[in-house]
Design a protein around this ligand. Sequence first.
Ligand code: ARG
Length: 582
Amino acid sequence: MSIIKTLEKEIAQIITEKGYEIEKTTLLPSGRKDLGDYQINDAFFLAKKYKKNPKEIAESIKEALETDQRLTNINVAGAGFINLTITDKFLYESLNKIHSNIEENIDKQEKKKIIIDYGGANVAKALHVGHLRSANIGEALKRLARLLGHEVLADAHLGDYGRPLGLVLLEIQKRYPNLAYFDPAYKGEYKEISLPITNQDLEEIYPYASLKAKEDEEYLEQARQITTKLQHHEKGYYDLWKKVVEISKEDIKKVYDKLNVSFDLWQGESDAMEYFDELKQIFETKKLIKESNGAKIIEVKQEEENAPMPPLLLIRSNNSISYEATDLATILEREKKYHPDEIWYCVDGRQQLHFQQTFRAARLAKLTQEATKLEHIGFGTMNGKDKKPFKTRDGGVMPLKKLIELVKEETLKKINPENIPKQKQEEIAMIVAIASLKYADLLPFRGTDYIFEVEKFADLEGKTGSYILYSTIRMKSLLEKSPFIEKEEITKLENQTAREIAITILNLPQILTKALDSKSLNDITEYLYKLTSLYNTFYAENKILTQKDNQLKNSWITLTKIVYKINLLLLDILAIKVPEKM
Ligand code: ARG
């Protein structure tokens, strides 16, 4: 258990022994450093419980806490706020413990098996700006949940099943009508056919076909038919589809690699189709399916519910399978294969209705156990200056690769790693650009939209990935220059900023817990900035390596080392890589 949590437990015990029964207390980091390191606000709720004056209770708690050797300068402010400071001795002991093992000072949670569904790239369509947040948030939550003791399976859940694929296959057929895939009489192996199509072609084919379908009803109808054929595994089309998925997946993997995002499972919507018949049967047996104009639907509106809630469309009138159906089949598949305690969906907040309907239908049919948690972790969009989802100059969807290039160009202007060959410079710029993009993406609370401001994101000052990386690398270089120390430990700090850094270090476990509870990384990005900038202030104010007092020098170097290790730990949670230099 973390140092602060342990202390909180023991303080609650002391308060209870004083006659005020309390289950737990919270040490709130104080905003007023002159009053103390932490504040306890329990006197107010205890006053209600025991029908006494809060100030009186606070005074009495203060008296009890004064017996604890770890605490000092306990004072009551205002109507009953208790402020306290922890002694330097306890602070240094705690830091030395953290230095020997950071992970000891983390509050592990009761282990759950969690599937995180994120990424959500669509086959044969370029990854776009909308896919960035899912990848960033999902990857970071995966790493954080694992650190806090959970068993996590990350699933890319590729969009490989819907009409877009029908459109792509149709357009390939128009361009290459003589391919054996389209010849019903073909008896050979499809493996032997070389497909004259690259991923680059696919990225051009989909937007072309999608636009054409909007203008040409017949074309759209043909695509619909192919989609249905595909969903029913019709020979030829199905084989071509497999090939297209393979080509596209290779490229998708490359982009995720660049983002330092990886998955345990590369399942697609199509994989769950094996479970579709069973799914349909479950719904049929439970009499949950209705016919509506030739389509099959499920009513998910609850009684006494005033807000509108349209029925879930399971199978369209043309017999094709809906997006909702693919997700329901996937829930069934996941339940059978992995039996998870929770499934988290890191998907754009605009898909809220889709998940509401899907989860409701899953509950109605009892696809999982009652206790299994299904949660949509929605997020806001990255917008342009016009506050609308960020677009390319000509108004199209911004491909993720292009977005990364934009940030890289800007980064190259700002960092100028000297004495480094051109190619290496490019590599560093790419790592820093990705860091800046990720950090900016994870900085606001996940539910809020934010604006893409490339100059700001790539800035070396302020709350940016570049700033964090630059500072972290500087810590590393200080550590490399520091002399060998027999026993690294903190025995004194003698500096107000250093003390503030120490307290901030102590508060890390609460930040991690809060981030996982809210399933948002903003507390971690903010904390990284706070710790880093405090350290930079300290660094600017003090000459660490030329400090004459050896004990102090040892302490300051050890403090630097702890901050450095925490930065690495947090950057790793955010899946941000640190370059050698920049
Ligand atoms: N492929 C979808 C899209 O691009 C996202 C998939 C999200 N995951 C899910 N299980 N529905 O919108």
